[in-house]
Design a protein around this ligand. Structure first.
Ligand code: ZN
Length: 188
């Protein structure tokens, strides 16, 4: 009886140990993954866009016509499903005596996309960053994204695209300005 108990007990103990070892192993792997993952996607992690990259790229300029940079490539990571989403971003703004170096618009997209994100927030953050950088009369941002969480899993919609937009200032208030921007963005 005692032997049987000992046998069962040690057997169970060994099993438990094996299990917890496996858990420890998995946890350290997950930790390493987390670290790699953070480095991989957050090339410029969590710096405010303006302070970090935009200094020196804001110019005084007597220009009050719309500036549009469209089809900026974007790669990001869905924070709900931990799978990528990617697509393109178009940004327009109406300057108010200040313009931003054109490549900085792409840089802003990069900063806010290289982290765990949702497309809705990404769209808004880009618009707010441009607003803070040059205080324009208005900013418009349109993001078109393909979400691997929709393609790979669940509904498996391969060709669907998600479009989000943020319109601030004159782009929100003035339908003509908004239309001009959308025409420029949608023209091939
Ligand atoms: Zn997702």
């Amino acid at each position: 009886m005692a032997n049987k108990w000992r046998h069962t007990h040690t057997h169970t103990l060994a099993h438990t140990l094996r299990l917890s070892c496996a858990c420890v192993h998995i946890n350290s792997q997950v930790e390493k993954f987390n670290l790699r993952f953070s480095y991989a996607i957050a090339t410029r992690p969590f710096y405010g866009a303006n302070k970090y990259v935009l200094n020196g790229a804001v110019f005084d300029e007597d220009h009050d016509e719309m500036v549009v940079v469209k089809d900026i490539e974007m790669f990001s990571m869905c924070e709900h499903h931990l799978v990528p989403f990617y697509g393109k971003v178009s940004i327009g703004y109406l300057p108010c005596n200040k313009i931003l170096g054109l490549s900085k618009l792409a840089r802003i997209v990069e900063i806010f996309s290289r982290r765990l994100q949702v497309q809705e927030r990404l769209t808004k953050q880009i618009a707010v960053a441009v607003t803070q950088a040059v205080q324009p009369a208005g900013v418009a941002v349109v993001v078109e994204g393909v979400h691997m969480c929709m393609v790979m899993r669940g509904v498996q919609k391969i060709n669907s695209k998600t479009v989000t937009s943020t319109m601030l200032g004159v782009f929100r208030d003035d339908p003509k300005t908004r239309e001009e921007f959308l025409n420029l963005v949608n023209s091939k």
